[in-house]
Every structure is written in C-alpha cells, then in structure tokens.
Design a protein around this ligand. Structure first.
Ligand SMILES: [Zn+2]
Ligand SMILES: [Zn+2]
Length: 249
C-alpha cells in the first residue's frame, strides 16, 4: 500500500470509537457540547458517535462540533448476534436486526462492521442479565478458541477488545478471541456521560480526519486498541455522572 504520509513525521491519531450522546441515544446524558469540550481537553483527536438511533448527518456534525475534533457518525445496532458498531452509515435500513442484515447493509454502504463488547457479562452473569452471544450460561465457551467459532465473527470485520464498560476479564477474553481470529481489536469507551470518555481508545497509524480515512484505516488494519486507566482531567465535571455503560447498551 502506498504510504501517503511519506516524507512527513510519523503520526498517530487517537479515536474513541464508541460514544453515545443524548442526541441519538436515549440512555445517554452526554450532550454533544459536553462531549466536544471534554474530548478536546483529554487529547482525543476524534470520536465516533455510535448512537443506538443513528441519525447524525455530516452537515449536522459540522454545525455542532468544533473543527479541531474529528467527529464521525455511526450506529450501534442491536442484532440477533449481539450489538454491532457500524462505521460508514448514519441511519438504519431494513434488515439491521440481524447480523447478516447489517453485513448486507454495510457492504452496500462501503462501511465497516465491528462486534461490540462481545463478552460482556460472560463470566459473572447477574440475575436476568446474560451475555448476548451466549444467552444460555450452560453454553458458555470454555476457551477463546471455542468462542472464536461463534457465527457473529464470520459476519463482522473486527471486534471490540477494549470497551470502557467491560470488566478487565471480559476485555482480556475478547483480546484472546481476537488473536484466535487474527483480528486487531478496536477500543472505545462506550461512554454515556462524561464519566469514562476516552478510557478506551483506538490508536490509528497516520492522520485520520474523515469518515473515508477511518474506513480505510480500519480496512488496512492500521490501528491498535488501547486503554488509558490513568486518564486525568483538569476541570471538574460540569454534569453529574452515571455508569459508563448500562447493561443493555
Ligand atoms: Zn454502546
Ligand atoms: Zn452495546
């Protein structure tokens, strides 16, 4: 692949690939304005608005967010094979209740599809909260290799291995499954409030400044997930916080 950064200093671009705002996710209390202010403050280069309801278009994003932050609209869709993050689409089309349907829609749109927090609640299921890929606890996979055989991983391009709402054990298991599948793994906070924004990120090689750059970088595997547990912010929270990620998000 030709290196379009040849002759320039090496760059990385840090994105939170999984954020919900109150504009497109009814379970979020994070306003777009709060998101922009805090994302810049903590040094994010970009964020993806993976709203449950989708709905952002490019013009509205440009109107809402300052130009120094790259903001890209996406979707987090609830399917028959768990939640999937969609990049390269801003609104739903028919059939996106199934992973196969999302795959078709994403292919038509030229986008990328990522399994979101695939192993949340796998190890310590609370009453009435099951893992979405293995609703029957008795069918829980005994190893990352067995988990890698789940059909969802035949439908997606990538999987999230660093999710800010997951336990370390859940993320470590996801990373082991990604290794089995030869996937890089992506990172995103799954923030629904200021709390935890940017805790997990995806670090891209090179300069990612647009949806097209993002899709290209994801396709070229030019990225790695990262966690930022020592993240510090200087300003007090300007709104009350809630859990990073509710159990059904
Ligand atoms: Zn989410
Ligand atoms: Zn989710």
């Amino acid at each position: 692949m030709p290196n379009r950064y040849e002759g320039k200093a090496p760059l990385v671009t840090v994105f939170d690939l999984h954020v919900h705002t109150s504009r497109g996710s009814s379970d979020s209390n994070l306003t777009p304005e709060q998101l922009a202010e805090r994302a810049i403050e903590i040094g994010l280069d970009g964020v993806c608005l993976t709203e449950h309801g989708g709905g952002w278009d490019r013009r509205e994003i440009e109107r809402t967010f300052p130009s120094e932050l790259t903001v890209i609209g996406g979707i987090e869709a609830a399917t028959d094979a768990g939640h999937v993050l969609v990049y390269g689409m801003q609104s739903y089309v028919n059939g996106m209740h199934s992973a196969a349907g999302v795959r078709k829609a994403v292919d038509r749109a030229g986008g990328v599809m990522v399994s979101a927090h695939p192993f949340r609640n796998l190890f310590n299921p609370r009453p009435n909260i099951a893992n979405l890929l293995y609703p029957d606890p008795c069918a829980r996979p005994e190893s990352p290799r067995r988990a890698s055989e789940h059909s969802v991983f035949g439908a997606v391009d990538e999987m999230e291995t660093a999710n800010g709402g997951n336990t370390p054990e859940e993320n470590e298991f996801a990373a082991a499954v990604a290794r089995e599948l030869g996937l890089r793994g992506t990172g995103g906070s799954d923030a629904h409030s200021l709390h935890g924004l940017g805790r997990c990120v995806t670090v891209f090689d090179g300069d990612v400044r647009s949806e097209a750059d993002l899709i290209e970088a994801l396709r070229n595997r030019a990225f790695a997930p990262a966690e930022r547990p020592a993240l510090k912010v200087s300003a007090p929270l300007s709104t009350h916080s809630q859990d990073v990620c509710a159990d059904d998000d």
